[in-house]
Design a protein around this ligand. Structure first.
Ligand code: SF4
Length: 688
């Protein structure tokens, strides 16, 4: 009995799923995950978790885990030893670099991997290969939000903490299905609504759970959020309801911005968005007179052709009403993956080193050249989207993708997988043989979060440590070790024996993380960036101005033109998003038996009106056809969508994968695909 007891172990970890960043103790016995036990000191979640964090761990011991590197031999894979796989990768990388140049290689980091692993991936790209072609999946989700905030307030992260969202007098969520995508954060809002009378305004196309609970639920027409945001801001100014002293002390470009609002009259806005003039006036009144306003937004804003501009409009409104730098205020782009914030923070971006220091800044480059002992590439690299285009154009020949199922999650997957087939070298590093891995020349088996040490950064800019609960499954390695082996095979001996050394190096280079160390992050201790050298961090940003030379924020003028609409032929609009039980393409959650049983299939959600019009009912089979491709699935009829709106969960990687329908249109400022702007026609296959 004693022997058995001693094999039981309790380890602190951080959830591998969403950006809320719940932390908890995980109890294990050998490789078995016994239970997840939240800890009252967990800063983001206290004693709560959602179904994914609590039960979503079966994938770690899934039979489908890869346990040997795979090397393509003709049309099939052969299992090989690590040495052979790494040797092959290094040899081919070297050859391609010599033949075609460094910029023919591209690197994709993973928002599921740790901060330290993101740092190493960009170090491999820049120091070892000599290219800035490195990006991560924030390009698919929140880069437009980051851009909108950079432009206006200078930091691309949440302004405060989840506590601030919970203590705001008014919370607005825009294009966020918070209850399913960020469940524990949604619980905090629900609690504040109940206990402190917090007001909740929800703006969305779909009447999801939070919409039903909202004090006000508004359904603007797809892609028009920028218009009502700007019109409300204009009306606030016209009424003289702005925060005068805040504007005088902390904000630049007021006059220029005010002029740019001219076209956004109430009449125009009402016409474009479908929100009544009366409602717009009331909105302005409520927002301007609330003591504190926090705005949360997600993919419903960002995945549009004007995603960055709409994020900017949110920030403009917050500036005009003085809702920055005080508890309960600010901008909260809700980060999707557990470490999508950290992955960008730690340099896996084509234009930034660690801590958003620019690759185009000579001083920054000089600093890294000195630290790494090589000459580094100037300019900026290609982002995800540009890399795929470059493959089609013959300008990129090799790609190394870590922990991302690009062939399912990128937009227009027929186009993306056609690019994979053109690559001379395709390296995929993952837990499973994903759809993307099927196109690889070499597949490297990695270890998930429970099998490694490191740090993740949640949506609140909160850096948290995870400790190794299990040894890496036999035959697999943590990503940081794999990247290090490749660097070594290419002649760079980094010599890290623990991720803490990687963090120490990154913290020594980037101002934003100057005071970060593993000691300061022990157990449930956390730090929210920027972290000063003395270890003081900033749970609430902008309390003493904005990170610009004169400490003043910038109002940013915007224009609007409707980018997208349905047509006579493609008459339906497809919206898409997460389900509570599943995560993204479902590679992990579908391997948790209980979860898969509860929500086995994806579905196509249609409105009662549309079902009636087409003569279909629950269980009918339909095919959706866009200009890029088609998806088939089973219909569910609900009151969550209205009119000609259709909703597709994005968790399916089979026949109804939404990215068969999406196309190459992107946000003009960030190249983020406009996933939410798809027009389709519907063909009924079986009426039911
Ligand atoms: Fe994990 Fe997010 Fe659920 Fe928390 S809310 S347990 S971080 S998936």
């Amino acid at each position: 009995a004693e022997m058995r007891e001693s094999r039981i172990k309790k380890t602190k970890t951080v959830c591998t799923y969403c950006g809320v960043g719940c932390s908890f103790d995980v109890w294990t016995k050998d490789r078995e995950v016994l239970k997840v036990e939240p800890h009252p000191e967990s800063p983001a979640n206290g004693i709560s978790t959602c179904v994914k964090g609590k039960f979503g761990w079966d994938y770690v011991n899934s039979e489908e885990r890869l346990q040997r590197p795979l090397l393509r031999k003709g049309d099939h894979f052969e299992e090989v030893e690590w040495e052979e796989a790494i040797g092959f990768v290094a040899k081919r990388m070297k050859e391609i670099k010599a033949e075609k140049g460094s910029d023919h290689l591209g690197f994709i980091s993973s928002s599921k991997a740790t901060n330290e692993e993101s740092y190493l991936m960009q170090k491999l790209a820049r120091q070892v290969i000599g290219t800035n072609n490195i990006d991560n999946c924030s390009r698919y989700c929140q880069t437009p939000a980051t851009k909108g905030l950079f432009r206006t307030v200078g930091h691309g992260g949440d302004s405060g903490s989840i506590d601030d969202i919970a203590s705001a007098e008014l919370v607005m969520t825009i294009g966020s299905n918070t209850a399913e995508s960020h469940p524990v954060l949604a619980s905090r809002i629900k609690r504040s609504q109940k206990l402190f009378n917090q007001k909740l305004y929800v703006f969305d196309l779909r009447k999801h759970e939070m919409a039903k609970r909202a004090d006000k639920f508004i359904q603007p027409k797809s892609g028009t959020d920028l218009v009502w945001l700007s019109a409300v801001t204009k009306y606030i100014l016209d009424q003289g309801w702005e925060d005068r002293s805040f504007l005088e002390n902390w904000v630049n470009h007021f006059e220029e911005y005010r002029e740019s609002l001219e076209p956004f009259t109430l009449e125009y806005a009402s016409d474009m968005t479908g929100i009544s003039i009366e409602e717009l006036k009331q909105l302005a009144d409520t927002i301007a007179h609330a003591e504190s306003v926090a705005v949360c937004w997600a993919m419903g804003v960002t995945q549009h052709m004007r995603g960055a501009d709409t994020s900017t409009a949110i920030s403009n409104l917050l500036l005009i009403t003085g809702n920055y730098g005080k508890p309960g205020t600010g901008a909260y782009p809700l980060r999707g993956h557990n470490n999508v914030q950290g992955c960008s923070d730690f340099g896996s971006m084509p234009s930034f080193y660690v801590g958003y220091e620019k690759t185009t800044d000579e001083d920054v480059r000089g600093k890294y050249e000195k630290a790494w002992g090589v000459e580094l590439p100037g300019g900026t690299g290609k982002d995800n989207h540009q890399m795929i285009e470059a493959i089609h154009d013959g300008d990129l020949s090799a790609m190394y993708v870590m922990g991302e199922d690009t062939g399912i999650v990128d937009a227009n997957i027929n186009y993306v997988t056609a690019a994979f087939e053109k690559l001379d070298l395709f390296i995929v590093q993952d837990l499973f043989l994903t759809k993307t891995a099927e196109y690889a020349d070499v597949v490297l088996p990695a270890s998930p979060s429970l099998e490694k040490d490191g740090t993740f950064t949640n949506t609140e800019r909160r850096i948290q440590r995870l400790y190794k609960a299990l040894e890496p499954l036999e035959g697999t390695k943590p990503d940081w070790q794999i990247i290090q082996l490749i660097a070594q095979a290419l002649g760079f001996d980094w010599g890290y024996s623990h991720p803490s050394q990687i963090m120490e190096e990154a913290a020594g280079l980037a101002e934003m993380f100057a005071g970060v160390s593993y000691e300061r992050l022990q157990g449930y201790q956390t730090l929210q960036w920027p972290v000063q050298a003395d270890g003081t961090d900033e749970p609430l940003l902008f309390t003493d101005g904005f990170p610009f030379k004169d400490k003043k924020a910038k109002l940013f003028p915007l224009e609007f033109e409707l980018q997208y609409d349905t047509s006579e032929e493609y008459d339906l609009h497809v919206n898409n998003g997460r389900l509570l039980e599943h995560f993204h393409e479902g590679n992990m959650t579908y391997k948790s038996e209980g979860i898969a049983r509860k929500t086995p299939n994806a579905f196509i959600e249609v409105s009662e009106e549309l079902a009636k019009e087409r003569g279909i009912s629950e269980g009918a089979e339909v095919k959706l056809i866009s200009e890029s491709g088609e998806a088939t699935g089973v219909v569910t009829v609900t009151d969550r969508v209205k009119g000609k709106e259709i909703f597709l969960p994005l968790n399916d990687s089979g026949k109804s994968a939404v990215n068969f329908l999406t196309d190459n249109r992107v946000d003009k400022d960030t190249n983020t695909p406009a996933y939410k702007e798809i027009a389709v026609k519907m063909k009924v296959l079986k009426k039911k």
